[in-house]
Ligand binder design. Structure first.
Ligand SMILES: [Fe+2]
Length: 168
């Protein structure tokens, strides 16, 4: 079956009922310099390079073959207003661990955008060398059902909050 072949009514009825069950995700980004960005992600996000090709580098958080792909962007490509807003990375650990990562970002001169209270956790937003925005977030509500309830009840809040870096 190709895109422009006609489905029978029975096939259409069956196909309409198929639903994805997504178990894990990966993201792929256009970057100006995949090798340079790969070094940055290895350093800042503690990732390992798992594969590379002439125009790309793949990295892993340690479990999967890849969680991130960095692809060579076209010459002169720039950030636009559509597409990725940010990619969230739930970290292991509490608010103090988030504060330590804040200190690490500052020490490595990573551009930190903002810190926010989401009621279900705290967010620390920063940018990669191409201006792609990432978020470290530390969950304050660890029960997922409770987290869904609280997020909905508060209309997915993102309130600015002062979080101080922690150096110990
Ligand atoms: Fe987020």
């Amino acid at each position: 079956m190709h895109q422009n072949e006609i489905m029978t009514p029975a096939e259409t009825a069956q196909a309409l009922g198929f639903k994805p069950v997504v178990v894990r995700t990966h993201i792929s980004l256009f970057v100006r310099d995949p090798e340079a960005s790969a070094q940055w992600f290895a350093d800042i996000l503690n990732m390992k390079i798992t594969a590379r090709g002439p125009q790309w580098v793949f990295l892993s958080f340690g479990r999967k073959h890849h969680d991130l792909a960095l692809i060579q962007a076209a010459e002169g490509a720039a950030q636009g207003g559509l597409g990725l807003q940010h990619y969230g990375l739930e970290i292991q650990g509490d608010l103090d661990e988030l504060r330590r990562l804040y200190a690490m970002l500052l020490a490595k001169q990573v551009k930190v955008v903002k810190t926010t209270d989401h009621k279900v956790g705290y967010g620390l937003y920063f940018e990669d060398p191409d201006g792609n925005r990432f978020e470290f977030f530390s969950e304050s509500i660890t029960d997922d059902e409770e987290g869904k309830r609280v997020l909905g009840e508060h209309h997915a809040p993102s309130e600015p909050i002062v979080i101080d870096p922690l150096y110990t």
